[in-house]
Design a protein around this ligand. Structure first.
Ligand code: SF4
Length: 202
């Protein structure tokens, strides 16, 4: 059975338990990977996505596939810089498998999202990030309760005093960036993230 403590005092201890979590499998969900591991625990920014893809599930590392490369190119960050700056987390941490329709990956169910929110709660408690970047609509909904991504991209929010900047999902499956107005929103959002990252270096 998956075990986690009622509270954590260190990220290292949390990461040890998280990397063995099987709570969704025990609840009957057909996950197709073990939890993706986060490299490091000294980052000052928290990146919150939806769920790992197949490549991330195989490598057990976040943002390894094409969407990760797109995200890094938006932010103009090399791999080392990216993983050094961002503690990469997501609404759920295991590859959920393909969607039954065959188009894209399965969206984790509300119960899986809820089971995994335990880890996010303790990560934010222990990491105390100075910047949070959400990636995609589900991450934004789960973190801030905002129902619609588009009007939020290019805006800056706060969560208990920490700045939160929403980004769209960099997946090639999304047609969101075909709209020129959305490309302008993305440019504004990326500039917000980059200026917040510069502030972290001050
Ligand atoms: S998705 Fe989250 S809660 Fe579910 S098994 Fe993976 S790590 Fe555990």
């Amino acid at each position: 059975m998956t075990a986690h403590k009622s509270s954590y005092r260190s990220l290292a201890s949390l990461q040890r338990d998280l990397s063995r979590c099987r709570a969704c499998v025990e609840a009957g969900y057909p996950l197709e990977s073990l939890p993706v591991r986060v490299p490091g625990n000294a980052q000052r920014a928290y990146l919150f996505g939806q769920a790992p893809g197949v490549v991330e599930g195989e490598e057990r590392l976040p943002w390894r596939g094409r969407a990760g490369r797109t995200l890094r190119s938006w932010l103009e960050l090399e791999e080392d810089e990216f993983y050094g700056k961002f503690y990469c987390a997501s609404v759920t941490r295991c590859y959920p498998g393909r969607a039954p329709s065959g188009r894209g990956d399965r969206t984790p169910t509300p119960q899986e999202q809820e089971l995994c929110s335990y880890w996010r709660h303790w990560e934010l408690e222990l990491l105390r990030p100075r910047l949070i970047v959400t990636v995609g609509g589900l991450a934004l909904r789960r973190l801030l309760g905002l129902p619609s991504l588009t009007p939020c991209v290019g805006e800056r929010y706060e969560l208990e005093g920490t700045p939160v900047v929403p980004l769209p999902h960099p997946s090639g499956a999304s047609g969101w960036l075909n709209d020129p107005a959305n490309r302008d929103r993305l440019t504004a959002a990326v500039e917000l993230v980059r200026s917040e990252l510069r502030r972290l270096n001050d």
